[in-house]
Write a protein that binds this ligand. Structure first.
Ligand SMILES: *Cc1c(COP(=O)(O)O)cnc(C)c1O
Length: 345
């Protein structure tokens, strides 16, 4: 074993999907964009199909095309970026459902693929994707006459339950969709936790499936163990790594561990993070380099063959807060060089 070992628990992902599904009385989709938040859209997609998911959401048509090959014909695959120029063949050949975001996209879809499935995204204040009030008022009649599968919008502040933006967006979404008779989708992970007013007909959890905040009750999904390549002794006063950014204050043992920022160990963890030997934390010292990090293992009786970066003592969100980011970025940064193992019963 020369590269890190990334263990992905597919049973935990399925259990998280079922737990989120159990919080609502509506259909529960699954957001598996960005290769299922870095964990492998083909394996995750098949596990969730088996768990019962029938509505999948990805960002781009290319992701949808790959997912269709992995999960077969029995589920809807929604494309959140909509129907972009150049997507038409993929959408048609692989039976993808674009979520149309603008008048331009509506026109493109109705002209290129009349009668083929589509959804609609409305902007309720996030100002990212979707049609705003005026644009929607102008085209709603035409669009609804074509029979969309779904009308959706997205919350900007759902991970802050007390944020006034939540109720503001909910009110606007209700007014924009009143009387349409189309299945509505509003809640991602955070929105599910806000309660039943936010659930409508289909939810779209992503991060919660993968064990991340704000779904505090999630089962952990990821474990990352990194092999030790070399251990050396330093005298007090010696330095470690690029830029001499760390200096030993006592006789020190340093383990060189083979993973770096090219594997998603963010450089902001330099001189901040820790790896674990069982229940003992070992500080990451010196700068994170491309393929290597250096760890102070002086206080260990015995240096194990691998140290744990993500595991029982350090969750994805713990690591994110040390790195100054969010769990989403930690997961989607996980590199392609790890030896991946998928667990399922
Ligand atoms: C990413 C995304 C989701 C999933 O959000 P989570 O916070 O990961 O649950 C749902 N809907 C849209 C439109 C998204 O972009």
């Amino acid at each position: 074993m020369s590269t890190g070992k990334l263990t992905i628990d597919l049973d935990a992902i399925a259990a998280n999907w079922r737990a989120l599904d159990g919080m609502t009385n509506c259909a529960t989709g699954a957001v598996i964009k960005a290769d299922a938040y870095g964990l492998g859209a083909d394996r995750v997609g098949r596990a969730l199909l088996k768990a019962g998911a029938r509505q999948f959401f990805v960002a781009y048509a290319e992701e949808g095309a790959d997912l269709r090959q992995a999960i077969g014909p029995d589920a809807s695959i929604y494309i959140l970026s909509g129907h972009m120029s150049g997507d038409t063949d993929m959408i048609a050949d692989l039976a993808l459902t674009p979520v149309l975001n603008s008048l331009d996209q509506l026109t493109r879809h109705f002209e290129a693929l009349p009668g083929r499935p589509f959804g609609i995204q409305l902007d309720t204040g996030m100002n990212r994707l979707g049609m705003e009030w005026d644009e929607w008022s102008a085209v709603a009649g035409i669009a609804l006459a074509q029979g969309p599968d779904l009308v959706m919008s997205h919350l900007a502040c759902a991970d802050e339950p007390d944020h006034p933006m939540n109720a503001y967006q909910l009110d606007l979404f209700r007014r924009m969709t009143e009387g349409t008779g189309v299945p509505l989708s509003f809640a991602a992970t955070g929105g599910i936790l806000l309660g039943k007013d936010y659930h409508f007909e289909i939810t779209r959890p992503g991060i919660g499936l993968y064990g991340g905040q704000p779904f505090a009750a999630a089962r952990p999904v990821v474990r990352l163990d990194l092999p030790v390549a070399q251990v050396r002794h330093l005298e007090a006063g010696e330095v470690v790594g690029y830029g001499n950014s760390w200096q030993a204050r006592r006789p020190t043992r340093i383990a060189s561990v083979v993973a770096g920022y090219a594997d998603g160990l963010l450089r902001s963890l330099s001189n901040k993070g820790a790896l674990w030997a069982g229940n003992t934390p070992c500080p990451l010292v010196g700068r994170v380099s491309m393929d290597t990090i250096t760890v102070d293992v002086t206080d260990l009786e015995e240096v194990p063959s691998a140290l744990t970066m993500i595991g029982p003592n350090q969750s994805v969100d713990d690591l994110a807060s040390v790195a100054g980011t969010i769990g989403y970025e930690i997961l989607t940064s996980l590199g392609s060089r790890y030896n991946r193992r998928y667990h399922s019963a």
